[in-house]
Design a protein around this ligand. Structure first.
Ligand SMILES: [Zn+2]
Length: 215
């Protein structure tokens, strides 16, 4: 008879399931409480997938949405569907290229982009840079992508060039979508997961992630 294997996290309860995040067996309680909190869960973990389905069914409290004074109409969403889709795709691409990116990082980047374009719209050039290191490179890449997009629109001499306010609205819409979709756990990636489902062509297989203790 072999001794029961204990959970690698609490060392108290019996280990019942294999955790691909810490590559050890853990108990269901720790799986639930530590998932995307201290454990960096890979997208394909079956328990993570199960929790996503559960979260989608469970109506949580409505989160507070940022930039409440910015109105986004259905007509706006229809008219700018393509731009919103392109921004969402870029966010997914950058999140997967930088595998430690969380929903909180995406929210931080979107917020700073909104603030930067709001300042620009008022005639001042000032970048509201994120403070977190990992967000800065994503912010810069996104800013470059959006500036190039604006430049292309100008060159095309579009009948109705994209106004800064429309760009701000598109970013605010994505910020709200991310707020609603995120599970708001410190390492949560439910919104990034949502983007993977929305753009399966951008969701290449995740590289095995290096576990860095005490991140
Ligand atoms: Zn445990």
């Amino acid at each position: 008879m072999t001794a029961p294997e204990f959970c690698a996290i609490c060392h108290k309860k019996k280990a019942k399931r294999y955790c691909p995040g810490i590559r050890a067996s853990i108990c269901p309680t720790c799986c639930g409480t530590e998932r995307e909190v201290t454990v960096d869960c890979p997208f394909e973990c079956i328990y993570l997938r199960e929790s996503r389905r559960y979260d989608e069914r469970k109506p949580g409290p409505s989160p507070e949405l940022a930039f409440p004074d910015i109105e986004i109409s259905d007509a706006f969403l229809v008219e700018h569907e393509q731009l919103i889709g392109q921004i969402g795709y870029q966010l997914l691409r950058l999140a997967l290229e930088n595998p430690r990116t969380t929903d909180n990082d995406i929210l931080g980047v979107l917020e700073k982009l909104v603030r930067t374009y709001q300042t620009l719209a008022s005639g001042i050039y000032y970048e509201s840079l994120p403070e977190e290191g990992g967000q800065i490179s994503i912010f810069r890449e996104m800013k470059k992508f959006l500036d190039e997009h604006q430049e292309q629109e100008r060159k095309k001499g579009s009948v109705a060039p994209l106004r800064e306010n429309d760009l701000i609205r598109a970013l605010v819409f994505l910020h709200r979508l991310a707020t609603v979709r995120s599970n708001h756990r410190p390492l949560g990636r439910a919104f990034i997961d949502f983007l993977r489902e929305t753009y399966p062509q951008g969701a290449r297989k995740e590289e095995p992630r290096v576990i860095v203790p005490g991140r």
